[in-house]
Design a protein around this ligand. Structure first.
Ligand SMILES: [Zn+2]
Length: 91
């Protein structure tokens, strides 16, 4: 993500969503619902961060493309990274 940043905050999220991502200029904002249990928040963070890596604005409004193979690759990479880190920390 050359020249872009990601801000992650935990807060109330509109509707009944677990999280959301938006972009303003070169900054993504990922909101994670503070009404969800920790495990759901971690999963939501991976989901929304993958949208940032996939530059979700390219697909805005097209739900299928937003969650297409390019997004899936980013999601997979993040999931594996976090799983490996958790395994390493847990010995
Ligand atoms: Zn999504």
């Amino acid at each position: 993500m050359k020249g872009r940043s990601v801000r992650i905050i935990t807060c109330p999220v509109a509707g009944d969503d677990d999280g959301e991502v938006s972009i303003l200029g070169t900054e993504y904002t990922v909101k994670i619902s503070n009404a969800r249990p920790f495990a759901v928040r971690v999963d939501t963070l991976i989901h929304e961060y993958a949208h940032c890596l996939d530059k979700f604005e390219r697909h805005r409004g097209d739900h299928d493309k937003e969650h297409g193979s390019a997004w899936g690759e980013k999601y997979s990479q993040l999931y594996i990274f976090i799983r490996n880190e958790a395994d390493r920390l847990n010995g």
